[in-house]
Every structure is written in structure tokens, then in C-alpha cells.
Ligand binder design. Structure first.
Ligand code: GDP
Ligand code: CA
Length: 310
């Protein structure tokens, strides 16, 4: 066990993979998680990024899909389909239990923070998974195309339309009045090292940074903040990060990611294939570490986590 206190600013899959390398290896681990993807569907409160982290760290995640549970069945979805209900967002039968529990507890007045703690404890996890805020935030996306100028929910964009339509705007509904929880404040103050996970900068990390004083709190800790680029060789391993960066006029590279974080992040970790970009990142006033970052490759997760703690 390494005597270190690490806080990780987290989205879903990219963050969950990284957190796995720290889990049960560092003394105190906290994930500060995006809630902009949260939604209510069939009356159920669903927190996709939180659940991806819980299922991944519990070794219960579907390795094939990267989200949801291994060995899942889909009988409830079949029934929904029969009735002509909304079945575009797949909810497995076991996964539904998580959403039923969360929804009931929210209706009883429990906070999302408390409920997430209960879920995490039920899976015997040894970290604090903290929603950045207990106030609802909904990432909204303005799309181009047949419905030009239409604003839709993030899940409609990401899942129903499989992030295949051009995006002209991103808005975090509710963020103006949302505040970070006291647990999040304490975690950011007490961490020796704050890691920005290799998550989507625009729709996973930005909705965390946009809450209350998070951005300023990170800026104060800039020397201790270290980011990992989700963009490798100009592409995302998965999802719309690269496409969105291009659509929003950012350079679609590790340099684009670094420049997006340069006010809050003192050190950027980029992949070996991008080693030629290091001088450009240093020119932004950041340290740059070049190493292997594809966490599915043997040994990479362990060495990446060591690098992040060094
Ligand atoms: P989501 O919320 O589930 O969509 O996932 P995130 O926002 O947390 O992560 C998506 C990003 O993770 C994508 O841009 C990927 O490129 C990145 N990613 C996933 N796996 C890896 C990895 O092994 N290494 C790096 N560097 N990035 C990764
Ligand atoms: Ca997400």
C-alpha cells in the first residue's frame, strides 16, 4: 500500500480504467465524478459514470461493452419493447436493481453522495466515489443536421444517435446553481496528487470543472494536478472526444487537451506515440511526461499509475 492520497477527476470508462490501477494500492483514493450524464428514464434515476466506476472497480463490468454488468440479461428491455416503450437506452435486469435502489433512496431524501457510498460499500470497494455535486446537472447538446439547432440531452446524442451528428453547442443545465459537496472540497484540499483522468475533456471533465469553485480549487493546486491525455495519435480510443474537439475548434491532439487544461494542470502525461508533441506542451508552461498510456495493454496500467504518483 502506497502512503498517498489521490483524487481523480473522473468521467466514465476512461476514468474507471485508471482508477482500477490505484484501487487498493494507495492509502486514500477519491473519485470526483461527472454527473452531467445523469438522467431520469422510466422514472428511474440513472448515473452512468458513477455506475461504470462502481462496476469496473468491483470487477463486475462487462468486459465486452465496457459498461453495464457481466452476465447481464435483458428480459425487462424485451417487455418494454413489446409495449412500444422507450428501449433505446439498454438497462440490464441486474443493472435495473441499482437504479431502483438509487431512485427509492433519493425519494426518501438521501443525497446522491450518501447513496453512492452505500452502493460502493455493497460492492466492498475501498475508495470514496463522490459525485461532484448533489445538485442535478444535465449536459445538453445542440446538434446540426435535419433538426438543426435542436438541443437534446447528452444521452440522446451519445446513445440514441451514437454520437454521429455534428454538435454546435454544449451546455451544462443546472450548473449555474450547483455547488460542489463538502466531501469534494475536502478531497481536493487533502489530496497529495490530483489526477485528471483520460476522460472526454468536453463532456466528462468540463461538466465537473464548471461546478461552483472546482476550477479555482484546481488552479490553486496546479502544481499537484496531473492530467492524462485521452487523445492518442490524434484519436480517441473510444467515443466522440476527437470529433467534438475538432467541432469546437480545438487542436485534436494531446496538445489540444493540454491547452484546454493549462490553467489548472501543471503536468500532462501523453502517450509514447505523441512524444514529438512534448515541446509544444512545455511551451504552454506545463511539464510533460511521455509514457505508454493504453491501459488495456499488459503492464501499462501499473506503470502509468506509478508515473502519476512519482
Ligand atoms: P465515458 O464517460 O464512459 O464516455 O468515458 P470517459 O469520458 O471517462 O472516457 C472516454 C475517453 O477515454 C475516450 O476519449 C478515450 O480515448 C479515453 N480512454 C479510454 N481508455 C483509455 C486508455 O486506456 N488510455 C487513454 N489514454 N485514454 C483512454
Ligand atoms: Ca460519461
Amino acid at each position: 500500500m502506497i502512503d498517498s492520497n489521490v483524487a481523480v477527476i473522473s468521467g466514465g470508462v476512461g476514468a474507471a480504467r485508471l482508477l482500477r490501477g490505484f484501487h487498493r494500492q494507495v492509502e486514500q483514493l477519491t473519485a470526483i465524478v461527472n454527473v452531467g450524464d445523469d438522467m431520469v428514464l422510466h422514472g428511474l434515476c440513472i448515473s452512468p459514470d458513477i455506475d461504470t466506476i462502481i462496476y469496473t472497480l468491483a470487477d463486475a463490468v462487462s468486459t465486452e461493452r465496457g459498461w453495464g454488468l457481466e452476465g447481464e440479461t435483458w428480459q425487462a428491455m424485451g417487455m418494454l419493447g413489446r409495449y412500444g416503450g422507450q428501449d433505446w437506452f439498454s438497462l440490464g435486469d441486474k443493472d435495473l436493481g441499482t437504479h431502483l435502489f438509487r431512485t427509492q433512496r433519493l425519494h426518501e431524501g438521501a443525497t446522491l453522495t450518501a447513496i453512492t457510498g452505500e452502493l460502493s460499500a455493497a460492492w466492498d470497494l475501498d475508495l470514496d466515489i463522490l459525485p461532484v455535486s448533489d445538485d442535478p446537472i444535465h449536459t445538453m447538446v445542440t446538434i446540426q443536421g435535419p433538426d438543426t439547432g435542436t438541443e437534446i440531452s447528452f444521452q440522446d446524442y451519445f446513445v440514441a444517435r451514437q454520437h454521429s451528428v455534428p454538435v454546435t453547442g454544449i451546455r451544462f443545465d443546472g450548473v449555474g446553481t450547483a455547488i460542489e459537496t463538502s466531501n469534494v472540497v475536502a478531497a481536493l484540499e487533502q489530496a497529495d496528487r490530483i489526477v485528471i483522468a483520460p476522460s472526454n475533456p468536453l463532456v466528462s471533465i468540463d461538466p465537473v470543472l464548471a461546478v461552483g469553485g472546482i476550477r479555482q480549487r484546481l488552479a490553486i493546486r496546479r502544481d499537484d494536478v496531473i492530467g492524462v491525455s485521452p487523445i492518442i495519435g490524434g484519436e480517441a480510443l473510444k467515443g466522440p472526444a476527437a470529433r467534438l474537439m475538432t467541432e469546437f475548434g480545438m487542436e485534436c491532439s494531446a496538445v489540444g487537451v493540454a491547452s484546454h487544461y493549462s490553467d489548472i494542470c501543471g503536468t500532462m502525461v501523453i502517450d509514447t506515440v505523441d512524444s514529438a508533441l512534448a515541446p509544444e506542451i512545455e511551451a504552454l508552461g506545463m511539464r510533460c511526461i511521455v509514457t505508454d498510456t493504453i491501459m488495456s495493454e499488459p503492464g501499462v496500467l501499473e506503470s502509468l499509475c506509478q508515473t502519476l504518483l512519482a
